[in-house]
Design a protein around this ligand. Structure first.
Ligand SMILES: [Zn+2]
Length: 85
């Protein structure tokens, strides 16, 4: 019975694993081509996630063919949001 011989501070015996509630996303960058921010949702930063929801940006960070149309809609929405705030 030598298994309790070790350092008393280590009697829990848990391996040093990262905490479960810390999702390792911090090292991921926003998927948008010209953005250097860290990703927060679906691989995008906050702003580009908004744009992603509007279809302004595709999952791989590229722009759709009707980007200009959608961007107008997006700008309008952002303006309304500022107004409401
Ligand atoms: Zn971004």
């Amino acid at each position: 019975m030598g298994k309790n011989k070790g350092n008393p501070d280590q009697k829990k015996g848990a391996p040093s694993a990262p905490a479960n509630n810390v999702v390792n996303l911090a090292s991921f960058k926003c998927a948008a081509e010209d953005c250097n921010l860290k990703s927060r949702k679906f691989g995008f930063c906050e702003e580009h996630y908004e744009q992603f929801k509007f279809g302004l940006i595709k999952k791989d960070g590229t722009k759709p063919s009707d980007y200009t149309e959608k961007f107008k809609h997006y700008e309008k929405f952002q303006a309304q949001k500022k107004h409401a705030a």
